[in-house]
Design a protein. Structure first.
Length: 337
């Protein structure tokens, strides 16, 4: 294996309630940790790295605590060990178990491709059946408007633009408006920089780095561009082009980058205060946009391009329409006018 400088911060201890925490070296061999970090460094998304790290940490900790097995070689990750771990996950949902198994499978496939193991034992193990329809709660057009109007009203009634209430609700409104009208992922919004908003003269674009480190530059609704510009002019007017567009604290010298957790909290708080009882997340805005555009007659191939999906069974039958479409899908959101 060629020498690689590893960033070992990604594979770290995770704090669990009601569980004894072991030091990594106590239950994972240093050589295995090096391979794990090599695997994690193959991903660009910080969220992906952390998700894989957590699942891998859980697996190795299970082997050590329940089976008294310290993994000092990848060859000790046998079919039996995986099956016993899978059986220990009975309290988790099928989707969670499938994700955890997928994490181990990805790690073993990575190792096999580099000649570190002969086979991926996960290929021999039956995966749990999951509902492929997905369980992300969609919002109706009325609920989207209710959320946006509530957030907008909260910063509008603030007595001062320097008040904490004004800054908090201005940020919440901006975040939810952009998530819905662009259909971007929360992590993509967190990574958005000042330079990524471009006025081409005829339209506005956002330049995003999406899953797989793929560049995506969707045309955005003029009102969305205006919302972003209003936020920039108020809070980020002196920011450099390489600075992050959205920050957690607006009037502080400590410019903390926005993160997925804070976006999740914004949405939960706004939904609760505005009277929306659905259990929604940042991804709800993305699925809601796709659903509403489809209901308004936007060709699915256009929606696929907007959301930057690689391919879907539901969009393949619309490929013949791709040459007929030239207008951005977001311009169909007439109720934002």
């Amino acid at each position: 294996m060629k020498a690689i400088i590893m960033n070992k911060e990604y594979f770290k201890e995770f704090t669990y309630s009601k569980r004894t925490i072991f030091y990594q070296e106590e239950y994972i061999d240093a050589k295995v940790i090096e391979i794990i970090n090599w695997f994690l460094e193959s991903f660009n998304s910080e969220n992906t790295k952390q998700s894989y790290a957590k699942d891998l940490n859980d697996f190795f900790l299970f082997a050590f605590k329940s089976l008294e097995l310290k993994i000092d070689s990848l060859h000790k990750i046998t079919e039996r060990v995986i099956i016993l771990w899978k059986e220990s996950l009975s309290d988790f949902s099928s989707a969670s178990v499938a994700r955890k198994l997928s994490s181990i499978s990805s790690f073993l496939s990575f190792s096999r491709e580099r000649g570190l193991v002969d086979k991926n034992v996960l290929e021999l193990i039956k995966k749990p059946k999951i509902d492929k329809r997905g369980k992300t709660n969609c919002l109706t057009e009325e609920e989207i408007l209710k959320l946006l109007e509530y957030a907008k009203k909260q910063f509008q009634i603030s007595r001062s633009k320097t008040s904490r209430s004004y800054c908090v609700w201005r940020l919440r409104f901006t975040v939810m408006h952009v998530l819905f009208t662009v259909g971007m992922r929360a992590e993509e919004l967190c990574e958005l920089k000042i330079k990524d908003l471009e006025n081409t003269g005829q339209s506005w674009r956002l330049h995003l780095i999406t899953k797989g480190n793929v560049t995506h530059s969707p045309i955005i609704h003029p009102n969305t561009a205006q919302v972003l510009m209003n936020y920039k002019n108020e809070f980020r007017n002196n920011a450099a082009q390489e600075d992050y567009f959205l920050i957690r604290t607006q009037l502080s010298k400590n410019l903390t980058k926005l993160n997925r957790s804070s976006i999740f909290d914004m949405i939960k708080i706004t939904a609760k205060e505005s009277g929306i009882l659905k259990d929604i997340s940042p991804h709800s805005f993305r699925t809601s946009l796709a659903t509403l555009l489809h209901l308004k007659g936007v060709p699915i191939i256009q929606i696929q391009r907007l959301l930057n999906h690689k391919s879907t069974a539901t969009t393949s039958i619309y490929l013949r329409k791709s040459f007929e479409v030239s207008e951005s899908a977001t311009h169909k959101i007439n109720f934002l006018e």
